[in-house]
Design a protein around this ligand. Structure first.
Ligand SMILES: O=C(O)CCC(=O)C(=O)O
Ligand SMILES: [Fe+2]
Length: 369
């Protein structure tokens, strides 16, 4: 069995300014390593990204400020399921239903989340549908939240665009190939908080932090606490634990990239187990920035990525794919056309490489607050 490994790539060369920097041998090496990671794993970690430590610390503090509010206060920031904005309480969503796979025990995921994203007004002059560009809700009960989240959002948007440039190079495409598909991109930041209330520990064996899914867009930049829980499905059909290295951001590919590349690059399945260390459930935070592309961009196999007649996916717009999957996770309505990934979830071998599954924990797990 080949060993599972999430490669670490220093993207610093792509952040050097100057007209010729992008054609440097250093950038070529970064692009080569990205291509290899995208073909073999679909996950990588990037260093040299220049997202300021203060922006990351601000984001973490914003999560704490908001999620430590009482549930009733947080619940005031719930939004209609179709908007994909605002607060989602614990056990209100099920990510595996984005693939039409019911969760084990039919219980929703235990994460709570707050989502912000691109608004129509960010792209003046365009007539954009509210369904993909809904206005944000900002929680006035957490006064520091908005400024910190906006700062992180803008930094990570920039890094996503740099990464897409490197990916275009890695795929041998013209510079700017993706520009027309990303100039009014639907981007969203989903901030997740995994914490089980004391009384519900008995259920821990059946609960998922977040069910198995692929991300829906082009690429995801994931910041997470260095706490176990995240697992990635390897090509060996086993779940592998993944934690970010110091200062690194995790990057994974979403459905659009798998469809563009006709599965040459992988939209890798991942999930979050209850974070357990020494029989104790730890609190865990993460923030997934989804760089999704224009709502009306048609996603179909890229030139050079398929032989005629070998296309694995029919064309679909970014918004059609995302809306169907968001409806699945929020309302339990299974999306059409997710059968390839759903089959991979169902084929995954049950035992994980996690040090201790909840049911096998030596002592009864308890929550650390
Ligand atoms: O919490 C994590 O590490 C993963 C979050 C995630 O996969 C998501 O929000 O899509
Ligand atoms: Fe995800």
């Amino acid at each position: 069995m080949t060993e599972f490994h999430v490669p670490t790539i220093d993207i610093g060369p792509y952040l050097v300014s100057g007209a010729t920097a992008r054609t440097s041998p250093d950038c070529a090496e970064v692009a080569r390593r990205i291509d290899q990671a995208c073909r073999e794993v679909g996950f990588m970690q990037v260093t040299g990204h220049r997202v300021a430590d203060s922006a990351i610390e601000g984001l973490a503090a914003a999560l704490d400020e908001f999620f430590s509010l009482p549930l009733e206060r947080k619940a005031a920031y719930r939004r209609d399921a179709g908007d994909n904005r605002g607060y989602a309480p614990p056990k209100s969503e099920s990510l595996s239903m984005s693939l039409g796979v019911p969760p084990a025990g039919m219980m929703n995921d235990f994460y709570e989340a707050f989502t912000v994203g691109a608004e129509a007004g960010w792209y003046p002059g365009l007539d954009l549908p509210r369904s993909s560009y809904a206005p944000n809700t900002w929680p006035d009960a957490a006064p520091g939240f908005r400024a910190a989240v906006e700062e992180y959002f803008s930094e990570v948007t920039y890094i996503s665009r740099v990464l897409l440039t490197a990916m275009a190079d890695a795929l041998g495409l013209d510079p700017g190939y993706f520009d027309a598909m990303t100039d009014h991109s639907i981007d969203a930041l989903k901030m997740n908080h995994y914490a089980l209330p004391e009384g519900e520990i008995e259920l821990a064996g059946e609960l998922m932090g977040m069910g198995a899914h692929t991300d829906f867009g082009i690429l995801t930049v994931l910041w997470a606490d260095q706490v176990p829980g995240l697992q990635v499905l390897g090509s060996d059909r086993r779940w592998h634990d993944v934690q970010p290295a110091d200062g690194a951001l995790l990057i994974n590919l979403g459905d659009a990239m798998a469809r563009w590349t006709n599965d040459r690059w992988m939209s890798t399945l991942h999930r979050v187990n209850p974070p357990i260390v020494d029989g104790r459930i730890l609190r865990r935070r993460s923030a997934a920035f989804f760089f999704d592309g224009n709502h009306d961009a048609v996603i179909e196999a890229l030139p050079g990525c398929y032989e005629p007649g070998q296309e694995l996916y029919p064309p679909i717009t970014v918004a059609e794919n995302i809306s169907a999957k968001v409806a699945g996770l929020k309302t339990g309505r299974a999306p059409a056309g997710a059968d390839r990934e759903a089959a991979r979830v169902l084929a995954a071998t049950a035992p994980s490489s996690a040090p201790a599954a909840p049911s096998a924990a030596p002592a009864r797990p308890r929550v650390e607050r």
